[in-house]
Design a protein around this ligand. Sequence first.
Ligand code: 6GU
Length: 224
Amino acid sequence: MRIDILTIFPEMFEPVLNESIVKRARLKKIVEFHIHDLRDYTSDKHRKVDDRPFGGGSGMVMRVEPIFNCLKTIKCKEGKPRVILLTPQGKRLNQGKVKKLSKFSHIALICGHYEGVDERVRCNLADEEVSIGDYVLTGGELPAMVLIDAVVRLMPGVLGNKNSLNFESFEGNLLEYPHYTRPYSFRKMDVPDILISGDHNKIEAWRRVQALKRTKARRPDLLR
Ligand code: 6GU
């Protein structure tokens, strides 16, 4: 997958995209990133990416032209990328949406800023608008990184163990069961005996019950 990022803070990305599993996915050529500084797509001498709102009021508005110019350059031979605008007004990101996005071969992420983005970006340039939750951040850069992290780990060949995808939280609408590792006893807190019983059918049944209990207590909404 190719991921283009349109941002006024390009330097925020490399440190995050150069660690851990995302870094490994890049090295394996499973994903490539193209980070664009929107100021490079302006045509005035001040390289302005925002301007005052028509109709007055406080706050600045992100201009449409730099975003349009940038998108024009990244449409490649294989066609147009899926264009996603990151703003708090978007549809909330969830694992289902992440899965759908992971199927595209090319996506472009526009990092909005909370004062607002010119409505013509939303209506004419973006295919969809995404938010990562009900709180306000200073810009769409951190949300873009959240989306990238969630999408990249679903790409074939990125995670070593296929099972780690099947049994994790939100797959099958359940939270995860409790995990333990050594030591067996830590400050008088012991691991549940069933886990050292060696009976894998019983262990699986126990885990399922735990996952259900946990989901019911913490996230009843996931059980519908
Ligand atoms: Cl995508 N952008 C901003 N600025 N704030 C947010 C968000 C996005 N998602 C949640 N809060």
